[in-house]
Design a binder for this molecule. Structure first.
Ligand code: OGA
Ligand code: MN
Length: 306
């Protein structure tokens, strides 16, 4: 397997292999998994992607998340992010799918607001717009390493609250349905996630994060905004310009990402599959010492048995 670095100190393009080869050959899988642990972002080119191929590939890495209530694809493995309506016309800028795209343009890590966070996400472009619509990623390991040691000491074990409502309400308070609000209460996580393979520490923050235990509301919001602003300075960003056949995989434990805008009169259609974190992925490490989520273990077991 050939790896070619693509980003500013993280990210690698994986050559001479297909998603199905990786899913079906233990050796290929182990090499790809090691590359993900090391590089945090993997780019696969010239793939023939279908929903099934994407799910089989993703499932090799762990149990798949089911898409949450209120998202396109709810209950399935496929999170469909697109501005195409069911009659094939493009949706208006105030349409729910367009607002969702805007919310995805905030820097975030997937599923930090869920009872079981995500190990990794796999995103494929089924239709790319001619202009814009890139996906940008940063390494939150590098962001951690750049913090002064005093800050690291202060933040390493800080407990942060994440809520889906926090990021969605910034875009439009009407975006979340009552069913989503009921299904997605706030969750609390340690602010750092230590990689169980190489021991590297990454900041675990996102647009969903808002409160920090023992800190005033405003102080916490300012601190999070400052840390996210530093993590995402332009020189630290890998910008992925989508080509036909591209598949992108990122480690949600060690990166943040966002989508970029594109003209509303151009179609964009993406499909994401998401792999749940298990204790072996360092989940126990990130879970706050108090207030543990007793459902997460059970949910992982259930997914694993499907
Ligand atoms: C996602 C996401 C950004 C994009 O799929 O999780 O944030 O560029 N996508 O579509
Ligand atoms: Mn995302």
């Amino acid at each position: 397997m050939d790896l070619i670095p693509v980003g500013p100190g993280f990210g690698a393009e994986v050559h001479s292999t297909s998603l199905i080869d990786i899913a079906t050959s233990d050796r290929s899988y182990q090499e790809t998994r090691a590359a993900l642990e090391e590089h945090s972002v993997l780019v696969f080119r010239d793939q023939e992607v279908t929903d099934d191929v994407q799910a089989v590939f993703s499932r090799a890495f762990g149990p798949l998340e089911r898409v949450k209530v209120g998202s396109v694809g709810a209950g399935s493995f496929y999170n469909r992010l697109h501005n195409v309506a069911s009659d094939d016309t493009l949706v208006a800028p105030i349409h729910r799918q367009a607002l969702t795209a805007r919310a995805n343009q905030l820097w975030h890590t997937d599923s930090s607001f869920k009872a079981v966070p995500a190990l990794a996400s796999v995103l494929s472009a089924r239709i790319s717009p001619r202009d814009g619509g890139e996906t940008e990623l940063v390494s939150t390991r590098q962001a951690w390493d750049r913090l002064p040691s005093m800050m690291q000491g202060r933040l390493r074990d800080a407990i942060v609250t994440h809520a889906y409502a926090h990021s969605r309400d910034q875009i439009d308070p009407g975006l979340m349905t009552p069913a989503e609000r009921a299904a997605l209460p706030p969750v609390r996580w340690r602010m750092t996630w230590r990689n169980p393979v190489n021991g590297r520490v990454a900041l675990y923050i996102a647009s969903h994060a808002y409160a920090i235990d023992g800190m005033g509301e405003q102080e916490a919001e300012e601190l999070l905004a400052r840390v996210i602003a530093d993590a995402t300075r332009p020189q630290y960003v890998y910008r992925h310009r989508w080509r036909q056949g591209d598949v992108l995989m990122w480690d949600n434990r060690a990166t943040m990402h966002r989508g970029r805008m594109w003209p509303g009169d151009q179609a964009r259609s993406m499909v994401r599959t998401t792999i749940s974190a298990t204790d072996a992925d360092g989940l126990a490490d990130v879970r706050p010492a108090n207030g543990t989520s007793d459902t997460s273990e059970r949910q992982i077991q259930e997914e694993a048995q499907q």
